[in-house]
Design a protein around this ligand. Structure first.
Ligand SMILES: C[S@@+](CC[C@H](N)C(=O)[O-])C[C@H]1O[C@@H](n2cnc3c(N)ncnc32)[C@H](O)[C@@H]1O
Length: 455
């Protein structure tokens, strides 16, 4: 039955939401039937043949088998469900069956399911929910008269809490014009306390200079790296695996006319470059095959233009795979590819490295730094800046354990690498509680580090 479940979720997840089909939704009809068949406690009553027939019919629809009978348009769908919703609904029914079939596995899946239901709730949030909010405040320790920089304003959840915590001043930065608008609105709520800036970390020195803000003048700096929910959940921005849209992924949203889009990358990069992007920034095990398929599609059919086209191409390279995320929830096969392209298009890791260098220059002595990372590529750079493994202000790609004087470097050079202006507040990263992850599943990969500038 697990196979049936996989087949159904993979198939139905391909069709995006279509609220206009509310009363004639084939997907709902089929789910009700499947549910009735699975709800029985007596597994002999399960109509596997029925499931198979429904699967074949759905597959024919997906393959446009009835193209002469029913004309399809780009926007026509058959289920009225998005990926998250269809995973929640189908797994509910399938669980009933699995409970009988395989009692040992049941508990694990049941836990995953309860989290899945919550995930769907969180998915409806419009604004970004700030992660690790109390821990951020605990480490920034806002006091009256302090000056902070929120380097990644987003929807301003952390910024608002900083402003509420003390009579302090706040400089906000974000490269996304939508976030900048929100920062300006927050400034109106807290007159004379907020200085909103629009730009990237790499533009910050020039932006601060214009405002007359000097180095070594800031009490606390916060980085909450990655994308906001407003970016991820807006299909038109092209970040989302589940929402269809043109593959854009520029956090700056066209602010910089020279910044390339993901579509440009997929239309122009050669196979080897695509492979390297997917392998290095996505740590994707099928990087070579996916790169080759994109190039083949480009030459034989068309450029990959939309998020769903990219998801379909990746799926075609992973026909028997059913990936799960850290919460054991079904995850699109394309998630890592999307992450890789997003990092590349936005030059995220270089920006992050530069941001860490700026934090060192702009914080006062004893100033507080707080960072929140969402994957190991980000966290490794932060960790090396704090612990010391920096060469010419760039996080060393080689881990410390390979820096032995017996190998290549002399002890003086190694000491230069290890010289750090930071004192880590915690030995290990801090992570969200189970309760926070349940409330806000997007916090699940968050890793917080805090450090004090000591020289
Ligand atoms: C995870 S969100 C921050 C959410 C925010 N802490 C909140 O509470 O709403 C990350 C934000 O950082 C911004 N960002 C990412 N890289 C940036 C960079 N190099 N320069 C400026 N902003 C950046 C993104 O546009 C996004 O809005």
């Amino acid at each position: 039955m697990t196979t049936q479940y996989k087949k159904f979720t993979r198939l139905i997840a391909k069709w995006p939401v279509d609220n206009s089909k509310a009363e004639r939704d084939l997907g709902k009809f089929i789910r009700d039937k499947v549910k009735a068949a699975f709800e029985s406690n007596n597994k002999n009553n399960l109509d596997t043949e029925f499931c198979n027939r429904q699967y074949v019919s759905l597959n024919k629809l997906a393959d446009n088998h009835y193209k002469n009978k029913y004309k399809r348009t780009n926007t026509s769908t058959a289920t009225g469900l998005n990926t998250e919703e269809c995973n929640v609904i189908l797994s509910t029914e399938v669980l009933e069956y699995l409970k009988e079939e395989n009692k040992g596995q049941f508990n694990r899946i049941n836990i995953a399911l309860s989290k899945r239901a919550l995930a769907t709730e969180a998915f409806r949030y419009k604004d970004h929910t700030p992660v690790l909010l109390n821990k951020v405040i605990k480490h920034l320790k806002p006091s009256d008269g302090d000056v902070f920089i929120d380097m990644t304003f987003g929807a301003g959840g952390h910024s608002r809490k900083i402003l509420e915590s003390a009579d302090c001043k706040l400089i906000t930065l974000d490269r996304d014009p939508i976030a900048f608008d929100k920062a300006q609105k927050l400034g109106e709520e807290y007159p004379n306390r907020v200085t909103p800036l629009l730009g990237r970390f790499s533009e910050l020195p020039h932006l601060l200079k214009e405002k007359g803000i000097r180095q070594s003048s800031i009490d606390g700096i916060l980085f909450d790296f990655g994308c906001s929910s407003m970016q991820m959940d807006n299909g038109e921005r092209g970040f989302s695996v589940s929402k269809n849209g043109y593959l854009d992924m520029r956090m700056d949203a066209g602010r910089d006319p020279n910044q390339i889009t993901t579509r440009d990358v997929l239309a122009t990069a050669n196979e080897n470059d695509l492979y390297k992007i997917f392998k290095i920034y996505g740590e994707e095990k099928k990087a070579a095959k996916i790169a080759q398929t994109i190039i083949q599609a480009r030459y034989m059919i068309k450029n990959v233009d939309t998020t769903h086209e990219l998801v379909d191409i990746v799926d075609s390279c992973c026909p028997d795979e059913f990936r799960l995320d850290k919460l054991q929830r079904p995850q699109s096969n394309a998630t890592k590819i999307f992450q890789a392209l997003r990092i590349f298009v936005n030059n995220e890791l270089n920006e992050l490295n530069y941001g860490m260098v700026l934090a060192k220059y702009y914080l006062k002595l004893n100033g507080r730094l707080v960072t929140i990372c969402f994957h190991s590529l980000e966290d490794t750079i932060v960790k090396r800046h704090i612990a010391g493994n920096i060469v010419n202000e760039v996080a060393n790609p080689i881990p410390l354990r390979y820096l032995s004087p017996l190998l290549v470097q002399d002890q003086d050079t190694i000491n230069q690498f290890l010289d750090t202006p930071w004192k880590a507040v915690n030995k290990h990263v801090e992570v969200p509680s189970d309760e926070e992850v349940e409330r806000n599943p997007r916090s699940r990969s968050a890793r917080l580090r805090a450090a004090i500038k000591i020289k």
